[in-house]
Design a protein around this ligand. Structure first.
Ligand code: HEM
Length: 237
């Protein structure tokens, strides 16, 4: 009896610490919809969002991010609602993840890991492009300064390579927030220092790095933390 109890408790702990249970990692099939966002894709690959990436509701996005990453719903709901303006599902409160490929809504030029719209595939992970960013990540952690330098270099390269390059002030802000998000989720509070390994796993594998030690933080990530990081990223460039 004692053995069974011990085994059950260890099994539960294992599930909690490595995204097990319903949240094991599964690669998407070619029929599944995925987006230009490495984190929404990671969440779908772990079943925090529907694994087929279809008819994903605003609530599922908000709750999935909360459940997996502990980001405040007050921060993510407005973005999820805005994202739903791309919906092609016939229901304005749901979207397919590939609806987010629409250029000029949230998707923009100068992405860290995707090609520009005018140059072809604006939504699939592009290792060649990401390598030009990841080469800045030479230490175990990514400081705000390093993240800002990597972003800046990618923007300059995109502007040089794409004759139709378009990057408005609003898109600059989106891009700052995306860098702030990976620093907030995989770093420490508002100081940056995101674990390089975890960030690479998000981009390259679209997986939450449970096996490498990631745990949902106990402290909620608030909108003000992400805003502070985005401002620091903008200032550091
Ligand atoms: C409401 C929730 C979210 C929506 C609707 C959303 C949507 C998007 C979209 C459409 C893009 C593509 C922008 C581009 O053209 O580069 C993007 C990029 C990105 N998102 Fe999300 N996202 C959400 C939440 C998150 C969260 C929680 C993270 C946490 C790490 C995150 C991290 C990123 C990163 C790092 C990029 C940049 C990818 C690149 O530049 O290659 N996102 N997101």
């Amino acid at each position: 009896m004692r053995t069974i109890t011990v085994v059950t408790i260890s099994a539960l702990l294992a599930v909690g610490s490595c995204g097990g249970g319903n949240h094991d990692f599964r690669r998407p099939s070619p029929r599944d919809a995925r987006s230009p966002c490495p984190m929404l894709n990671s969440l779908a690959n772990h079943g925090y969002l529907p694994r087929n990436g279809k008819n994903v509701s605003i609530d599922q996005i908000v709750n999935g991010i909360d459940e997996a990453l502990n980001i405040s719903p007050l921060s993510t709901r407005p973005v999820a609602e805005f994202a739903a303006t791309t919906s092609t599902t016939g229901n304005p409160t749901t979207l397919d993840l590939d609806d987010l490929n629409q250029h000029g809504v949230i998707e923009h030029d100068g992405s860290l890991s995707r090609s520009d719209f005018a140059l072809g595939d604006n939504h699939s992970f592009n290792p060649k492009i990401y390598n030009t960013v990841a080469k800045f990540f030479t230490k175990d952690v990514i400081s705000i300064k390093t993240a800002a330098q990597a972003r800046r270099a990618r923007l300059i390269a995109a502007a040089t390579q794409n004759p139709s390059y378009n990057f408005t002030a609003r898109e600059d802000q989106f891009s700052q927030f995306e860098t702030a998000l990976y620093l907030a989720v995989y770093g420490k509070g508002t100081e940056g220092n995101a674990k390089t390994k975890w960030v690479n796993i998000m981009f390259r594998e679209e997986r939450i790095p449970y096996k490498e030690g990631y745990k949902r933080p106990t402290n909620v990530i608030l909108n003000e933390h992400i805003v502070e990081l985005a401002e620091k990223v903008a200032a550091a460039a």
